[in-house]
Design a protein around this ligand. Structure first.
Ligand SMILES: [Zn+2]
Length: 258
């Protein structure tokens, strides 16, 4: 089957509700860079980076699907490493498709739904309001917090990361949890944990002060790594598109250490 970028992108835009999902201006969801050839292989990566682009080139991928796209760091001149990456994708005729919050919040392909599943948690309500949508998920459980943290640590380590937690007492149990992948510990999400009675918050990362807030408010924050917690969505999306269009796909692992 031959599939053009336009056809694949218009399906993906509607699948992820790109048009109606609010996001940060730098996310620029959807096609960020066109190409000329039909799509023959999909390469998934968390970030648009030199390692991701090189991985697409060496594996023969000509559609790079990322969570943090080409414009993530904002308006900047196309010079230095930014120039080299842009030149590499254009020379290799690789298209770039980015999906940030639409991919965080998707009910089956999203980072949050898939991380909950990975940790054996059953979500029941949305969490982490962003404008008129929710990025994360919340649910009930009865599991020792240290056991939950251990399974999150195992997951983080399979993606080149590691795990930190705010202080917790021995034997403490998690009865109501919430997940918000990436930079999920913020003043807004901590306010929600308090109003929703959440005792354990699983995120990628957060500012130092969030651990102090947690300790003083009967909350444990599990910081499982920004990179690791956002690997699942791009892989699920690439796999879904690969099945739909009968295309091969691969994942370029390029951990950031965060
Ligand atoms: Zn992120």
């Amino acid at each position: 089957m031959t599939i053009s970028l336009g056809e694949l992108a218009s399906y993906t835009d509607s699948l992820l509700e790109i048009q109606s999902t609010p996001d940060y201006p730098n996310a620029v969801n959807g096609v960020q860079l066109s190409n000329q050839s039909p799509i023959r292989k999909i390469t998934a990566a968390v970030d648009f980076s030199t390692r991701a682009v090189e991985g697409a080139v060496t594996s023969g991928g000509n559609l790079l699907v990322v969570h943090h796209g080409m414009f993530w760091s904002g308006l900047e001149p196309i010079t230095g490493s930014h120039y080299r990456r842009v030149r590499m994708v254009i020379e290799a005729d690789i298209a770039v498709y980015a999906s940030h919050i639409p991919l965080d919040r998707h009910p089956t392909l999203g980072n949050n739904a898939l991380l909950a599943k990975e940790l054996g948690l059953q979500p029941s309500v949305p969490f982490a309001r962003f404008e008129d949508t929710f990025i994360g998920l919340c649910g009930e459980s009865d599991i020792e917090t240290a056991v939950l943290a251990a399974s999150a640590r195992k997951f983080a380590r399979t993606h080149g990361g590691d795990l930190r937690t705010s202080p917790m007492q021995a034997g403490r149990r998690t009865r109501k949890w919430a997940i918000c992948t990436g930079a999920g510990a913020s003043a807004d999400t901590l306010r929600e944990t308090s109003t929703m009675g959440i005792d354990t918050l699983i995120v990628g990362e957060g500012p130092h002060w969030t651990a102090i807030y947690a300790e003083e408010n009967d909350l444990v924050i599990i910081y499982a790594g920004h990179y690791a917690t956002e690997t699942l969505g791009v892989c699920a999306l690439a796999q879904h598109l690969s099945e739909r269009y009968d295309l091969p796909w691969n994942f370029v692992s390029a951990p950031t250490g965060l």
